[in-house]
Design a protein around this ligand. Structure first.
Ligand code: COS
Length: 442
């Protein structure tokens, strides 16, 4: 199934404008062969914005913990908010691999900005996946143009990994056919406050086992909607993470995602399948960014009369970091491509790349701090921020323990395809003398 994805991305083999950005990766030539034209183009645009605007402002917004509107405007001006949105709704229709390239390049300069961007994909995926035509026409074009930002409201204080355990309710209080009234609160709404649109999941049928949840499109300014606690975070400090409150928010059926109640949980899971490669891309951007600094620093830092890059223990660290970043990167592109192709094993691949790349990011950014030694621990050096930003990637959009559960569940589901191998596994038979004796006795 992965083969389908790889075939698709290799269609774009002839890429004259293949970019300077790719030169900075090992495997640049392979990337030119494998990535689509669009993915290369948008990755380059993102790299230019990241180097010109994001990197110089990264420490400032990390300290301030404020939304960096000056960066958002540049990302918007560059057309990046339209990358994943289909052309018919104002976007570039460049797909998930291109989205991942953008997230990777932004995150290489600042993990907070990487998610500030990527969270708009997370919020808008439910509309792309399941929205009615009217909802797509209404909500997607302003997001693609960077005029409106969107957030995704799934988690709650008591429903994190157990997303289905949410308590926010959507009730037709006036009976069948009346408007829905949303009551409840959501936790860890990334982009909350900055965003204009909120994709909100709520229990619409508490009696149902599998069709309990529906999604609603809520907008800033609607009566009953408010922002609660604004979190003070370890990392990704450029983007707000808040509690969102829904105290009697009235939604007509035109705000019910897809116009049909009960499909919300399934749509949230499909959304996460599409979005997890984006978190993984944030992770590889962070890992690559930290590796860039660690490599440079190792060649400049002198100890015992020589650059520390000449010491084998430092080389061992760098080699390990480099190999893992490359392995993670190709897995992310493969998973993103599987989403673009609608491959049937998308759920497993998305979880695998999210799990693997984010573990790599944590390891690589921690090792980068080690290479910087005492300086690496200090906030006026750029490296400790990578480690702080990396930590959240192991947690959000499904903790890595959940990713492993999803991987194993799906692997087991796919086991039927391996039945033809059964003939190579010896069949053991055990003599049952007791049964034989009983039968002989008659
Ligand atoms: N695509 C489509 N449908 C899916 C799906 C997917 N990837 N995963 C599950 N479903 C469907 C199932 O088929 C099932 O449908 P039916 O009821 O029609 O049979 C339904 O959803 C429930 O699935 P399941 O029984 O697997 O749900 P669980 O409650 O066991 O939860 C996990 C599954 C744990 C995987 C899910 O709750 C999860 O991903 N949690 C993490 C949430 C998360 O990532 N939060 C972060 C939010 S963004 S910051």
């Amino acid at each position: 199934m992965l083969a389908v994805g790889l075939r698709r991305i290799s269609r774009f083999a002839d890429l004259p404008q293949a970019a300077s950005v790719l030169r900075s990766f090992s495997g640049a030539a392979a990337m030119r062969t494998i990535l689509s034209d669009a993915a290369i183009h948008w990755g380059n645009v993102a790299k230019e914005v990241a180097d010109r605007v994001v990197r110089p402002l990264s420490a400032k917004y990390d300290r301030l913990q404020e939304y960096p509107w000056e960066i958002q405007k540049e990302i918007s001006k560059a057309g990046l908010f339209g990358v994943w949105i289909p052309k018919e709704y104002g976007g570039h229709g460049a797909g998930i691999v291109a989205l991942c390239r953008v997230v990777e390049e932004l995150s290489r300069a600042c993990g907070g900005v990487g998610v500030l961007f990527a969270v708009n994909a997370l919020g808008s995926f439910p509309v792309i996946i399941a929205g009615t035509e009217d909802q797509k026409r209404r909500f997607l074009p302003p997001i693609a143009a960077g005029e409106k930002l969107i957030a995704f409201c799934l988690s709650e204080k008591f429903a994190g990994s157990d997303a289905g355990g949410m308590r926010t309710r959507a009730t037709r209080e006036g009976g069948e056919g009346s408007d829905w009234i949303l009551r409840g609160e959501k936790k860890w709404t990334t982009n909350g406050g900055a965003a204009d649109i909120y994709t909100v999941f709520a229990v619409s049928d508490p009696e149902s086992k599998s069709r309990r949840i529906s999604a609603f499109m809520v907008e800033k300014g609607m009566p009953g909607f408010s922002i609660g606690k604004v979190e003070d975070k370890m990392g990704i400090r450029a983007v707000p993470v808040v509690e969102t409150h829904f105290n009697g928010v009235r939604c007509g059926d035109e705000r019910l995602l897809g116009g049909k109640a009960g499909m919300g949980f399934i749509h949230s899971m499909q959304t996460l399948d599409w979005a997890r490669p984006g978190v993984a891309a944030q992770a590889i951007g962070l890992a690559q960014g930290a590796l860039d600094f660690a490599t440079l620093y190792a060649t400049k830092r002198q100890q015992f009369g020589a650059p520390i890059s000449s010491f084998q223990m430092i080389q061992e660290l760098l080699a390990d970091m480099s190999a893992k970043v490359d392995a993670a990167r190709w897995l992310v592109y493969a998973a993103a491509s599987a989403v673009d192709e609608g491959d049937s094993n998308v759920t497993r691949m998305a979880a695998e790349c999210k799990y693997f790349a984010t573990e790599v990011a944590m390891e690589v950014t921690t090792k980068a701090v080690q290479i910087f030694g005492g300086y690496g621990y200090m906030r006026d050096y750029p490296i400790e921020k990578y480690m702080r930003d990396a930590k959240i990637t192991q947690i959000y959009e499904g903790a890595n323990q959940i990713q492993k559960l999803v991987i194993a569940r799906n692997l087991i589901k796919e086991a039927g395809a391996l039945d033809h191998l059964m003939k190579y596994i010896p069949r053991e038979e055990q003599c049952d003398y007791a049964a034989e004796a009983a039968a002989a006795k008659g």
